[in-house]
Write a protein that binds this ligand. Sequence first.
Ligand SMILES: O=P(O)(O)OC[C@H]1O[C@](O)(CO)[C@@H](O)[C@@H]1O
Length: 196
Amino acid sequence: MELTNQYIQETATAIKANLIQVLQENTVLAEKIDYSNFGELIKNIYEASAIFLIASGRSGFAMRSVTMRLMHLGLKVFFVGETTTPAIKSGDLLWAASGSGTTGTIVKAAEKAKQVGARVITMTTNASSTLAEIADVHILIPAAEKEDHNEAKSTQYAGSLFEQSVLLVGDAVFMELWKLDGSPAEELWKRHANIE
Ligand SMILES: O=P(O)(O)OC[C@H]1O[C@](O)(CO)[C@@H](O)[C@@H]1O
């Protein structure tokens, strides 16, 4: 496709419209999420000896961001797959996100966590997926799964809406945990990496 001067001039409007579409899809999704199990998520985070987060691909980038925020709160937290992440054990929590709920590494991680007696909380788009069924607690995020091309759910490519929601839900959970913690932002910031 040739990029005409007219197209270049109209691009700003098009990108703005796309961004508004992305934000609207997230607003619609926010009304549809099953919030009933968030109390359990907070309780399990509070009670866990250590918290392990896992997700793959773009969902993984979002979960890494959530891991950082839990670190800012002073929690003992690890992202699964980093070379320094230790063994999960009884009394720990695995918090897993997978749009499809079938990604092999995440299902295996959840099985391992259950096997050692850790708690498992999952976020998926499908309550009957393998991952949702392994979970002690499942949070349904009814976004489009990456191979679901139903435009009524999302006009964005693949699992983008789910991947965005992982970050947004994670930030919403962090805000609640921070409120409970009560420390000022300056205190949390002292924990932020001073070599980066
Ligand atoms: O969220 P799922 O279904 O576990 O998929 C994991 C990831 O796989 C990808 O399709 C490719 O990395 C990402 O878009 C997605 O976040």
